[in-house]
Design a binder for this molecule. Structure first.
Ligand code: ADP
Ligand code: MG
Length: 327
């Protein structure tokens, strides 16, 4: 069996948008995503709001179907698994632990629901498993009988993580798991995910608009822009030597924190473009400080394998040509 748990090839998702009387337009939320995730690895998926991160998560969770392309989990097309099988493949942890937990259920009922639905075990054995998991995710034991309203945001997110883990899914998808939490709690949840990843050898997709959030957890990072992956590679390499000017801008935004701003201020010229009307050529060219004339005409192909990027003038090559010109 291959070690690639997840393979996505050419995954595209289009939405028809516009009112009942207006002419329908096509919004391309994902434009040909290629991704591979190996067992036990964490993939960090980063990019500004609107670039398609949650759409990708929804496709993996089976909430949305791709309009084109293929998704394989353990070598089998995702849509060939039935609903119950799917629940054992991929489990989510969402951004907002306030709206994602049923307020009328106790913590025990919430965490054990995935097992209860499938009729796995007895009430007593499920209770035992919930208590073990509560300990594993750092939730005080007495809170197992509490309701979500009695918990803090961080405790709720621990419940969401325990619920996601109870069925031992092949992949855990965390979509902005800390962005709704206080700054002081964010690092606790990230540390918890880090420990679980090591102890349970989890395969994880960690989605964030903030590169700093994925830095310590991700083995590999994929940077998304307007529905495409523009750069991908081992986490340390992406952080130390970004090749794509967009990755570089995201990194600089992390280094210069702007208090009060939840989204990174990229310090780039133009605003994030509309996916209804993506720029010609390289979609990043209107905001790119290094853009040349051909960037607006020719869409760059993906170059490289393990370390790949989609750019005509990547920073590594620009630097190399400057050094050779100087010598
Ligand atoms: N159900 C939908 N119908 C129409 N457009 C959508 C729908 N879901 C998402 N989009 C659009 O797709 C793009 C990507 O959205 P999303 O995946 O939520 O981005 P992200 O999670 O990176 O912020 C956005 O322009 C968004 O408005
Ligand atoms: Mg999102």
């Amino acid at each position: 069996m291959t070690n690639d748990v997840l393979i996505m090839r050419g995954v595209t998702r289009e939405y028809a948008v516009g009112g009942p009387f207006a002419k329908k337009k096509t919004l391309k939320a994902l434009r040909g995503i290629d991704l591979t995730v190996s067992r036990g690895q964490t993939l960090g998926l980063v990019g500004e709001s609107g670039c398609g991160k949650s759409t990708l998560a929804k496709i993996l969770l089976g909430v949305e179907e791709p309009t084109a392309g293929i998704v394989l989990v353990d070598g089998r097309p995702l849509n060939s698994y039935d609903r119950l099988e799917r629940a054992k493949l991929i489990q989510p942890v969402f951004q907002d632990p306030y709206s994602s937990l049923n307020p009328r259920m106790t913590v025990e009922a919430i965490i054990s629901a995935p097992l209860a639905v499938r009729g796995v075990g007895t009430r007593v054995s499920r209770r035992k498993r919930v208590e073990e998991l509560a300990a594993e995710v750092g939730l005080p034991r007495h809170l197992v009988d509490a309701y979500p309203s009695q918990l803090s945001g961080g405790q709720r997110q621990r419940v969401a993580i325990a619920r996601a883990l109870i069925g031992e899914p092949k992949i855990l998808i965390c979509d902005e798991p800390t962005s709704a939490l206080d700054v002081s709690v964010q690092s606790q949840i990230l540390n918890l995910l880090h420990r679980l990843k090591q102890e349970l050898n989890l395969t994880m997709i960690l989605i964030s608009h903030n590169l700093a959030v994925v830095h310590h957890l991700a083995d590999e990072v994929a940077v998304m822009y307007l529905g495409q992956i523009v750069e991908r590679g081992p986490s340390e390499e992406i952080f130390e030597r970004p090749h794509h000017p967009y990755t570089d801008a995201l990194l600089k935004a992390v280094l210069i924190p702007r208090p009060g701003s939840r989204l990174p201020d990229l310090g780039l010229q133009a605003e994030f473009p509309s996916p209804l009307n993506p720029p010609s050529g390289c979609a990043f060219h209107p905001r790119c400080p290094y853009a040349q004339a051909d960037c607006s005409r020719i869409a760059p192909a993906t170059r490289g394998e393990q370390r790949s990027y989609r750019c005509h003038y990547p920073l590594n090559l620009v630097e190399a040509s400057l050094t050779s010109a100087a010598s």
